[in-house]
Design a protein around this ligand. Structure first.
Ligand code: MTE
Ligand code: MO
Length: 293
């Protein structure tokens, strides 16, 4: 029988994650580099963030994840970490979170479908976990995989989709301090429909890169396959950096609909790298962003 810790990750996280909405908003104001961005960083409501979701394991409608993800068992949870690492293994989430300080990060979130939100995540930098596991010099990419459990994920009973959902980052992107492993939002453990118990958040890339409910992380020297690129390579690239100047073949990426902003007034200009250009543009120096979409 596999080792079962008496302390599940959900016993550990709520205390570590405690913070209230007022503190989150104060934090957002303090973190602002430019007052012009204040309006765009007012977080969406918990209701918006947990009722309008893409999580195709639970169905194709934006309301399906809220309806069906409650059935997902998220404790116990473990992540298999392997490939070009010093300490490969299957780690209980409680062990991954032990001694790991949890931070609040209020990020813009921009879906490739041209809608957006602002989300007050809680979590920790992916680089912290990779450093503890020990990345070997030969590694150049990080591959991620979502749970495969068709008994609890009705969408996975649809055989036409290449389950499990997979994603990947270049190692320099994975190590960037903005790249987050999120374990909650609004100071509460991650709602199932948002990718419980642990999901990636890469705020300068289209939302499909931010893979949910991660069970496997592999360090590799080859660019890993990614779900939307497998499905439609001419529309969804590996990089998927938010870029108002590179349109999707079927729609403009110059602006976005801010969820919750009301029927009239909800359209805002899309920002280069989703507003994080000063922190990430240097990662792509010398690359043609229209080719590496
Ligand atoms: N495993 C998995 N991860 C996923 C998805 C998915 O369908 N399955 N959808 C992606 C897409 S397209 C988006 S926009 C975001 C949505 O995250 P949210 O529902 O928390 O806003 O999750 C991403 N991660
Ligand atoms: Mo998306």
């Amino acid at each position: 029988m596999p080792f079962k810790s008496d302390l599940g990750w959900s016993d550990v996280t709520p205390k570590a994650l405690f913070l209230n909405r007022r503190q989150l908003i104060a934090g957002a104001a303090a973190a602002l580099a430019s007052p012009a961005l204040a309006e765009t960083l007012e977080p969406n409501s918990l209701e918006d963030i947990t009722s309008y979701n893409n999580f195709y394991e639970f169905g194709w409608d934006k309301g399906d994840p809220a309806r069906h993800a409650g059935a997902l068992t998220t404790d116990p949870w473990s992540i298999e970490i392997g490939g070009m690492v010093d300490k490969p293994g299957t780690y209980d989430l409680a062990d991954i979170l032990k001694g790991q300080p949890i931070e609040e990060r209020i990020y813009r979130f921009r879906c490739v479908e041209a809608w957006s939100m602002v989300v007050p995540w809680t979590g920790f930098a992916l680089s912290g976990l990779l450093n503890r596991i020990g990345v070997q010099p030969s590694a150049r990419y990080v591959a991620f995989e979502t749970l495969l459990r068709p008994e609890e994920m009705p969408g996975q009973r649809d055989g036409s989709f290449p389950w499990p959902y997979v994603e990947g980052l270049r190692l320099d992107e994975a190590m960037h301090p903005l790249t987050l492993l999120a374990t909650g939002l609004y100071g509460e453990p991650m709602p199932n429909q948002n990718g419980a118990p642990i999901r990636l958040v890469v705020p300068w890339k289209y939302g499909f890169k931010s893979i949910k409910s991660i069970v496997k992380i592999t360090l590799t020297d080859r660019q890993p396959p990614t779900t939307w690129n497998i499905l439609q390579p001419s529309e969804y690239g590996f990089h998927a950096n938010v870029n108002p100047e590179v349109d999707h073949p079927r729609w403009s990426q110059a602006s976005e609909r801010r969820i919750g902003a009301g029927l009239f007034g909800g359209r805002v200009d899309t920002l280069m790298f989703n507003g994080y250009a000063d922190q990430v543009a240097s990662l792509y120096a010398g690359q043609d962003l229209a080719v590496d979409y």
